[in-house]
Write a protein that binds this ligand. Structure first.
Ligand SMILES: NC(=O)c1ccc[n+]([C@@H]2O[C@H](COP(=O)([O-])OP(=O)(O)OC[C@H]3O[C@@H](n4cnc5c(N)ncnc54)[C@H](O)[C@@H]3O)[C@@H](O)[C@H]2O)c1
Length: 356
């Protein structure tokens, strides 16, 4: 090699960098970092939807791992990358085992891996069922706010399917300024309905709480309906139940017959994501052979590109984007680091010298 060539290689060599420390963040730490931060997390969700809408993210399709011997179970991988100020890559890996609930264990369990933007090294593994519930509830509260602008703000909320996600959504609505004259509750399980009523009473809501045995009664009595069941296919089929034009947060995605969507104004978080995996919007696409029934995304509404028509129910169906998990996970990581509470695994990355 010539002297000039060797100098050029030498000059181009970057400064040496160390592998980042690898931290494990427990559910208790996640919960402490997010406690009382509902408004900030909703603002973060809004910022991430705007980044995603502007193309400053990578959010490929989720991968569903299913099992022939356990048909009701699944584990979903959500790889993603967020730009902007968050600037992190990573993967959410979340299991849903609905049979856990009867045995006293939450349905969903999850971890989130954060990867360093510059080196690609994973630098944290976080307990992520709380992060997932938090970002879902933050997105629901954000949608409730934006999609009720310009219409009468709902004063009667109905929770349809009342597990952990319903509890988080109620908590986020309450912490971001919503109060309701009435809260309706409906669940296939009387025990779960009673448990949710107990939570509402404990949380000190001033609303009148009614448990409805019949789905129709709950929907007809609510201006804001939150679906958080584990239904695999539509079980609410009558568009007339929505004749009072409620705002519907269709978080569980598969409760509504396509005919109900076709009679409503439909907003999603991401069109390509949501029209998959036999969600109700996916069924509506199959039924009509097109996407004309979709008005747009929540980002379209926030940016003023889409205006909601009066005189129709509004249905928000969020597929749930990995970019939201990453942003909330990075928020938690930064908060735990700021408090000096990162539990680092010394020497996690070990084989670091190229030739030993
Ligand atoms: N879209 C998103 O971003 C997102 C994110 C997280 C969770 N989710 C979904 O939210 C849903 C709820 O999650 P969870 O952790 O609270 O579940 P969970 O199992 O704790 O609670 C679900 C509740 O729904 C009730 N239920 C089931 N089928 C019903 C029906 N047909 N009618 C009335 N009640 C019914 C169950 O009895 C249970 O109480 C799941 O479907 C999950 O996939 C969506």
């Amino acid at each position: 090699m010539t002297a000039t060539g060797s100098a050029a290689i030498h000059a181009a060599r970057p400064e040496p960098i160390a592998a980042p420390p690898f931290a494990v963040i427990s559910g208790a730490q996640v919960q402490r970092a997010l406690q009382g931060r509902e408004s900030q997390v909703v603002e973060l969700a809004e910022a991430v939807y705007r980044l995603h809408g502007a193309g400053d993210s990578v959010n490929p399709p989720s991968y569903f791992l299913r099992f022939p011997d356990r048909p009701s179970a699944r584990i979903i991988a959500l790889p993603a990358s967020v730009g902007g100020q968050v600037r992190v890559d990573g993967l959410k890996w979340i299991s849903s085992f609905p049979d856990n609930v009867a045995a006293g264990l939450p349905r969903a369990s999850a971890v989130l891996i954060l990867n360093d933007h510059d080196t690609g090294y994973p630098f944290a593994c976080l307990e992520s069922s709380i992060i997932s519930a938090t970002r879902t509830a933050a997105s629901a509260a954000l949608a409730a706010d934006w999609l009720s602008r310009g219409r009468k703000r709902p004063a009667r909320a109905g929770f349809f399917g009342v597990g952990l996600i319903a509890r988080y959504i109620h908590a986020f609505l309450a912490a971001t300024g919503w109060s309701f004259d009435e809260i309706g509750v409906h669940d296939l399980s009387a025990v779960h309905a009673a448990g949710f009523r107990g939570y509402l009473e404990q949380s000190g809501v001033a609303s009148r709480v009614t448990v409805y045995d019949r789905a129709e009664q709950l929907i007809r009595s609510s201006d804001l309906v939150v679906f958080a069941t584990v239904a695999g296919q539509p079980h609410v089929t009558n568009p007339a139940w929505f004749g009072h034009d409620p705002l519907v947060l269709h978080i569980s995605l598969r409760d509504l017959a396509p005919e109900i969507l076709l009679a409503s104004a439909n907003i999603v978080d991401d069109v390509d994501h949501c029209l998959k995996a036999n969600t109700s919007p996916h069924l509506a696409e199959q039924l009509t052979g097109g996407r004309g029934f979709l008005l747009g995304t929540l980002d379209d509404v926030m940016a003023g590109r889409v205006t909601l028509p009066a005189g129709r129910a509004v249905v928000f169906s969020p597929f749930g984007l990995g970019v939201l998990d990453l942003a909330v996970g990075k928020y938690v990581y930064d908060e735990v680091a700021r408090r000096g509470e990162l539990q680092v695994i010394d020497g996690f990355f070990h084989e670091l010298r190229r030739y030993g």
